[in-house]
Design a protein around this ligand. Structure first.
Ligand code: TGC
Ligand code: FAD
Length: 392
């Protein structure tokens, strides 16, 4: 990839609404992405490999459990800082942000919120430092948008549980040390279980041939009569609401992350348009290109404010799930549209790995599908404003 010359757009002086701590956290993440992610990410994506060498760096910038209390190894930061870290990481690559989202919101969060004290002590510090990597198993081959229909189940065998079933499309599964897995008990009630690599009957085959999120490892989780110790069940919440609460946290981070991807595409296209000469002039001087760029910065600015407000509400524990859905949906679509327009501004150069735009565009095709599809988030808004669920 060409040298990373990223300059973050801040058209409405949003920085003035951030505290000194927010800016410190954000700038540290931004510098780290420039130094450690940008130089290697195109190669990792081309090779379809997750770059494991960045795990320590992610831990050092507080990307694993930013809002988990320090007593459990987390960074003890607020929700705004969490969002800003996700924004900066996804500015580099959505796949790297995926790894951080899963570790923080889908593995550490449920252990912190629904786990026993012993589980928190055992797993959270190691997850925060990156010594343990985790994954989250909700989606199944026959149940994506409707996880409530899941077929993975466990049986009480007296001194242990017996787990059977399969999960598909699981980020980080090929290298994860532990998996937080959602499964039904004999009464059909959903519970979270911590499954550890090495347990007999547990395997994690990788999913290949992705054209999207190539720098993130995706795979399956297969449970064939896996014996789960009873102390590995998350005791403090059950029902579909438990995994959906984890998704609220991850979707919130994605709303911020998508802004990062959009900012990178806009900044790259703006710079290119001023340098590229056609018909004796920089292409930035043509009205059609200015329209694209002006609309991009307008949409980024609107998303920044929507998301900043969501962060403020989340800091006060007042953000609703539907508000989070709206921001995830809006921002990912906004970023995908900007990636497509930015790609056109670069002409043929836009399809190469010399620039980040095409990689962002391809990544965002996953982001618009995972953590609830674009359609599902629209239906969540529809349900919120009408009181009628149109899912079923
Ligand atoms: P429904 O009957 O509406 O709700 C069941 C229970 O859950 C509660 N609830 C929520 N709680 C917290 N947060 C939310 N967002 C919640 N939404 C619903 C609800 O109150 C109820 O509680 P209770 O106590 O009454 O039982 O459930 P439903 O089956 O009708 O489904 C609703 C629907 C479609 C919105 C939900 O299933 C959904 O969101 N589907 C999308 C599935 C999804 O997002 N999967 C993501 C998998 S993980 C992933 O993609 C990781 S990507 C990796 C990365 O992040 O990088
Ligand atoms: P489906 O649910 O089959 O949907 C197919 C289409 O039908 C979509 O367009 C959808 O919007 C539409 N549709 C479905 N229901 C309705 C309805 N009621 N009304 C209108 N339209 C509807 N899952 C995990 O559990 N953990 C992970 O770590 C994880 N990581 C992922 C990583 C990647 C790269 C990808 C691509 C996915 C990942 N997922 C993960 C799975 C992801 O959450 C699901 O793909 C997503 O929830 C959609 O499920 P599905 O793919 O089965 O699509």
């Amino acid at each position: 990839m060409a040298q990373d010359l990223f300059q973050a757009p801040d058209y409405y002086q949003l920085d003035e609404l951030l505290s000194d701590e927010h800016k410190l956290v954000r700038d540290a993440a931004r510098e780290w992405v420039k130094r450690e992610v940008s130089p290697i990410i195109e190669d990792a994506a081309q090779k379809a490999e997750f770059p494991t060498q960045i795990i320590n760096g992610l831990a050092n910038i507080g990307a694993f459990g930013p809002y988990i209390p320090e007593e459990y190894g987390g960074a003890g930061l607020d929700q705004m800082s969490y969002g800003l870290i996700m924004q900066e990481i996804e500015r580099g690559d959505s796949g790297v942000r995926s790894t951080a989202s899963v570790q923080s919101s889908l593995v550490m969060y449920p252990i912190w919120k629904f786990g026993s004290e012993e589980q928190k002590q055992k797993y959270l510090p190691k997850l925060a430092s990156g010594e343990f990597m985790g994954c989250f198993g909700l989606t199944e081959p026959n149940h994506g948008s409707n996880p409530g229909g899941m077929e993975t189940k466990f049986k009480d065998m007296g001194d242990h549980y017996l787990l059977n079933g399969a999960k598909l499309w699981i980020s980080n599964s090929p290298f994860a040390d532990i998996a937080v897995v959602w499964a039904k008990n004999e009464e059909g009630r959903i519970h979270g279980l911590i499954v550890e690599r090495g347990m007999e009957g547990f395997s994690t085959p990788e999913t290949y041939n992705k054209w999207s999120l190539r720098a993130s490892a995706t795979g399956e989780l297969i449970f064939d009569n896996v014996k789960i110790p009873k102390e590995n069940l998350l005791p403090n919440k059950s029902g579909l609401g438990a995994p959906l609460l984890c998704l609220d946290s991850a979707r919130y981070g994605i709303a911020w992350g998508a802004i990062g991807a959009a900012m990178d595409c806009y900044d790259t296209a703006l710079r290119y348009s001023k340098e590229r000469i056609q018909f004796g002039k920089p292409i930035a001087s043509f009205q059609l290109q200015q329209k694209k760029l002006a609309e991009m910065i307008t949409e980024i600015t609107k998303a920044q404010f929507l998301t900043w407000r969501l962060g403020a509400l989340r800091n006060e524990d007042r953000a609703t799930s539907a508000q989070i859905s709206m921001a995830k949906r809006n921002n990912v679509e906004m970023a995908l549209n900007i990636a497509r327009e930015a790609r056109q501004i670069l002409g043929a150069m836009g399809i190469t790995g010399d620039y980040s735009i095409m990689r962002h565009m391809m990544n965002l095709e996953s982001v618009i599908t995972y953590e609830g599809t674009h359609d599902i988030h629209l239906l969540i808004t529809g349900m919120d404003i009408t009181g009628i669920a149109a899912f079923k």
